[in-house]
Design a binder for this molecule. Structure first.
Ligand SMILES: *[C@@H]1O[C@H](CO)[C@@H](O)[C@H](O)[C@H]1NC(C)=O
Ligand SMILES: *[C@@H]1O[C@H](CO)[C@@H](O)[C@H](O)[C@H]1NC(C)=O
Ligand SMILES: *[C@@H]1O[C@H](CO)[C@@H](O)[C@H](O)[C@H]1NC(C)=O
Ligand SMILES: *[C@@H]1O[C@H](CO)[C@@H](O)[C@H](O)[C@H]1NC(C)=O
Ligand SMILES: *[C@@H]1O[C@H](CO)[C@@H](O)[C@H](O)[C@H]1NC(C)=O
Ligand SMILES: *[C@@H]1O[C@H](CO)[C@@H](O)[C@H](O)[C@H]1NC(C)=O
Ligand SMILES: *[C@@H]1O[C@H](CO)[C@@H](O)[C@H](O)[C@H]1NC(C)=O
Ligand SMILES: *[C@@H]1O[C@H](CO)[C@@H](O)[C@H](O)[C@H]1NC(C)=O
Length: 857
């Protein structure tokens, strides 16, 4: 079969030579035909002739050229009934036009139809015979230039022969109208200027197929194509579109119906060895009919087939699919159509018996499975009577399922007739004497726009193609074993891209009668939470899935990248959604918060109890001796200290943040300054016992009050400055934990904070020094010892606080601060007041003036 494939390249030179010689020799002896004239298979005379080229046979007997004598004519084999149907359709359209009075009135159309045998060489020979006529010698008196014999040629179903014919007759502008040649290459009007067709170009079909494949999520497919222009060009466009849509083609194999069994074996091995479950078959029906037999023999089931218009509606393919390999196939087909009257016309076989009795006899014998001259050598067949009746015969010839293809032929003939109608300026009568010019007819056909009697609009775009509309066909095998070609959707290329494909009926059946859409991917799709990573050296459809990095999510399958969650959210466990981060702060609800609150309230109560005792026993010497005014102020400030720890608990707000540190700073300074006052009083009191007793005057109650006030005012000023310049504010800390937000109070100004603390520290140190100096003084009830001790505790707590505070994360730094506040406050309360209360309550005998004085003596 390499012969047929090589023909287009090698053949042109020969043909041109043939044409040139046949014209140039005309000068001497008129135009003489080289080779033998071919007579057409079907003939009817008329005023204007149309040509037809049909492969009534699909194959021919291989012959050996011996190059010493003229090759014998091709011996055609394998009758193709579908082409007879198409020829009948052409005859029907012509007869209908001849019958009509308003279209081409007074003009009869005739025809010349040749059998091309599926051979490109014969197609060209037929086309030339149609154009030149089949006479041996033309009339020498008129010279060699003469008008074309036929005004237009209908036919060639296949792309490759159409290309060949269009190339040969293109320079003469003879219109060639094909009903089934879909190769997108034929749209190139610079190469095929006179080619027109009534079937959409594969440019659209290939795209539609790719979109269909994409629609069902098949990203990893195999491809088998016819090894001719139809398959090669169509598959090239499919592959290109598929690539754009993110579909990968695992293998792309060719097949031709005459391939050797070696090649077929290799094809089957490839399909079997592949991992894709979907096979796209860009195959002509003739190739598919052969291929399916081979696949059936190898039981190659379990593959989902996607097909083109050439075989998806082909009942012969169904009948040869013994192992139900193609069940569930899905593909595109020309929308259904109807031509009324055609069926009745077709069953009248008389018009076919016009010229070539051999062909008609062969056809008749094939149709009725009989023989006119039975040969007894082979199996016995019944004898033909010549009066067989088509009623009740069921074969391809009586199968009307390809009505839409017949309609294409019908529309083509009508397009020519309408063009002739305008060219001959017909109105009631036509201008019979007008000289017909093929170029003019071609121009008119290209600009035609009319409606058939069934309402189909017929027109051609600038490439000579009709608009592309397809039905999506699904093979559904019924219980009785018959395959139904169910229309499951439409594809209209004239609509905007997102509306082109319209799958109406979701009741699809897939390979092996499954209801589940088959899966054909190179690897499993990446679930949400992962992203695709391409594998080196593999097609883009093969990839690994990698879990999203920490803090990132992907929420769709097959995500290319992961996105980082917003600052305030965090991926969930599966990393397919962002969830809000947990907010962390020391709340009243948790145990630590409750404990601190309880401690703080307990401290407050304890302080109140002490105050109550002191008030109750305010007239006892112990209380009086101990500078009761400062004691009460100290108790009051201790209460505030306990309470101020509460401001640290709970969600930080603008107010609580500002209140926190300032209230803490001021109450503590108040507290310490009271203690300091007390210590100074002790120091002074002792000094006062020495000569020059008026020291006491310098530090009397007024000075005490003023000093306490003074110390506190300094802290108040520090706090006011802090609040004015850069107050603390609530803030969110994302750094400490990845999945939690810490709600905390930002200091605003660290200087402010450390100034507040530092001032407290300064006073505490001062206080500690004074108390240390006074600790050994022989007081009757030496407070200084207790104050020293309490200051020791105080300082110890706050010195340990600083490193703990700086290094504690989040809410624990708050806890550390509260703990320090409570601990130091309890320290002061217990050290300074509890011993006195013990004496007041338990040892009243010591609480006498005498006892107090005695000690001092
Ligand atoms: C054409 O007219 C003839 C005679 O009237 C009729 O028998 C025939 O069926 C018509 N053919 C078509 C195709 O209409
Ligand atoms: C054509 O001419 C050749 C020889 O010139 C002759 O053998 C052949 O019979 C002729 N055929 C017809 C149809 O006249
Ligand atoms: C093919 O498969 C069918 C059923 O799946 C089975 O009956 C048949 O035997 C198989 N044929 C071969 C040649 O494996
Ligand atoms: C076909 O036509 C030939 C001659 O015109 C005739 O003898 C023959 O019977 C016809 N065949 C049939 C089947 O009508
Ligand atoms: C064919 O046979 C059917 C009955 O079987 C008959 O009605 C019909 O007229 C026959 N047609 C012809 C053309 O003989
Ligand atoms: C056809 O002819 C009639 C009269 O003979 C005339 O009225 C009509 O306009 C013509 N139509 C066209 C399309 O020329
Ligand atoms: C879908 O197709 C089934 C046959 O497969 C048919 O019975 C049903 O009516 C169709 N539904 C629609 C909405 O076309
Ligand atoms: C996926 O995430 C994007 C952005 O994070 C969001 O806009 C989209 O709605 C999400 N889709 C689904 C299905 O959750």
């Amino acid at each position: 079969m390499t012969f047929i494939q090589k023909w287009p390249e090698q053949g042109w030179a020969l043909l041109h030579l043939f044409l040139v010689t046949s014209f140039s020799q005309a000068e001497e002896q008129g135009c003489r035909l080289r080779g033998d004239p071919e007579s057409p298979q079907l003939v009817m005379d008329g005023d204007i002739l149309l040509g037809g080229l049909f492969s009534f046979h699909t194959s021919w007997k291989e012959r050996e050229n011996i190059y010493t004598e003229k090759p014998p004519p091709l011996q055609c084999t394998s009758l193709n009934f579908r082409e007879f149907q198409l020829a009948q359709t052409m005859l029907f359209a012509i007869e209908e036009i001849n019958n009509r009075s308003e279209l081409l009135p007074g003009i009869s159309l005739g025809y010349r139809i040749y059998d091309s045998c599926g051979s490109i060489a014969r197609s060209i020979k037929g086309a030339l015979a149609l154009v030149n006529g089949n006479e041996n010698v033309s009339d020498t008196s008129k010279g060699c230039t003469k008008p074309a014999n036929v005004q237009a040629i209908m036919g060639e179903a296949s792309s490759s022969p159409s290309m060949a014919i269009a190339t040969v007759i293109g320079p003469f502008h003879i219109p060639l109208i094909s009903h089934f040649a879909t190769c997108a290459c034929l749209s190139d009007k610079s190469k095929y200027p006179s080619f027109l067709r009534t079937i959409p170009s594969d440019y659209y079909q290939s795209r539609a197929l790719a979109q269909l494949v994409k629609h069902f999520g098949w990203t990893w497919v195999g491809a088998v194509r016819s090894n001719e222009d139809y398959g090669n060009n169509g598959m090239a466009i499919f592959t290109e579109t598929a690539q754009q849509l993110g579909i990968c083609v695992e293998y792309s194999m060719t097949f031709y119906r005459t391939d050797s069994s070696d090649k077929i074996q290799r094809l089957i091995e490839v399909i079997k060895g592949a991992t894709s479950r979907v096979v796209v078959g860009f195959l002509s029906h003739m190739d598919m009919e052969v291929l399916i037999q081979h696949l059936s023999n190898y039981n190659l089931t379990g593959y989902q087939w996607v097909g083109t218009e050439a075989w998806i509606f082909d009942s012969v393919t169904v009948s040869r699919d013994k192992n139900h390999i193609l069940d569930g196939a899905i593909g595109l087909y020309i929308p259904k159509a109807h031509v009324s009257g055609l069926r009745e016309f077709m069953f009248d076989l008389r018009p076919l018996n016009s010229s070539n009795t051999d062909l008609f006899t062969e056809f008749w014998e094939g149709l009725f499975s009989c023989r006119f001259k039975p040969s007894f050598s082979a199996e016995v067949q019944k004898e033909c009577t010549g009066h067989e009746n088509l009623t009740g015969v069921e074969n391809i010839f009586t199968d009307m399922s390809h009505m839409s293809i017949f309609n294409n032929m019908y529309k083509g003939v009508y397009a020519v007739a309408h063009a002739l109608h305008t060219v001959l300026s017909c109105n009631r009568t036509c201008d019979i004497n007008m000289k017909l010019d093929p170029l003019m007819i071609l121009r008119h056909i290209r600009n035609i726009h009319f409606k058939t009697k069934e309402g189909d609009e017929v027109y051609f775009n600038e490439n000579g193609d009709p608009t592309a509309k397809y039905e999506i066909i699904n093979w559904q095998r019924k219980e009785n074993g018959i395959v139904d070609f169910v229309t499951v959707g439409l594809y209209d290329a004239s609509l905007p891209p997102d509306k082109q494909m319209n799958l109406q009926n979701e009741s699809l059946v897939w390979a092996q009668n499954s209801k589940e859409v088959p899966v054909s991917v190179c690897n499993e799709r990446c679930p949400p939470g992962t992203r695709k990573v391409l594998q080196k050296g593999k097609p883009v459809c093969c990839y690994d899935c990698i879990k999203c990095a920490e803090g990132e999510i992907s929420n769709s399958t097959d995500s290319v990248s992961c996105v980082r969650c917003h600052l305030e959210s965090w991926p969930n466990e599966k990393r397919d959604a962002c969830i809000k981060k947990e907010a962390v702060f020391l709340s009243y609800e948790e145990i630590m918060g409750v404990l601190f609150t309880a401690a703080s309230l307990f401290g407050t109560c304890l302080t109140s109890a002490v105050a109550y005792i002191f008030v109750t026993y305010r007239n006892t010497p112990l209380v009086r001796a101990n500078n009761s005014e400062l004691s009460f102020l100290l108790l009051f400030s201790l209460t505030l200290c306990f309470l101020c720890s509460l401001t640290f608990i709970g969600q930080p707000s603008d107010w609580s943040c500002m209140l926190r540190h300032t209230s803490f700073g001021i109450t503590f300074v108040l507290c310490i300054s009271c203690v300091l006052g007390k210590t100074i009083v002790v120091l002074m009191a002792f000094k006062a016992t020495l000569p020059g007793r008026n020291v006491m005057k310098w530090f009397g109650p007024v000075q005490q009050r003023l000093s306490v006030l003074g110390f506190t005012v300094v802290q108040v000023i520090i706090c006011i400055l802090w609040l004015i310049i850069s107050p603390p504010f609530p803030s969110k800390n994302f750094k400490e934990f990845k999945d939690k937000i810490i709600l905390e109070c930002s200091l605003g100004s660290a200087v402010g904070f450390w100034a507040v603390l530092g001032y407290i520290g300064l006073l505490a140190t001062l206080c500690f020094i004074c108390a240390f100096l006074a600790r050994k003084l022989p007081d009757n009830f030496n407070e200084a010892k207790f104050i020293t001790f309490s200051m020791l505790i105080f300082c110890a707590v706050w010195i340990t606080f600083i490193p703990a505070y700086v290094s504690s994360p989040g809410k624990f730094s708050v806890a550390v601060e509260i703990f320090a506040i409570l601990a130091s406050t309890f320290g002061l309360l217990i050290c300074i007041f509890i011993p006195k209360c013990y004496v007041i309550l338990m040892k009243p005998e010591k609480n006498t003036k005498k006892s107090m004085m005695g000690k001092g003596a």
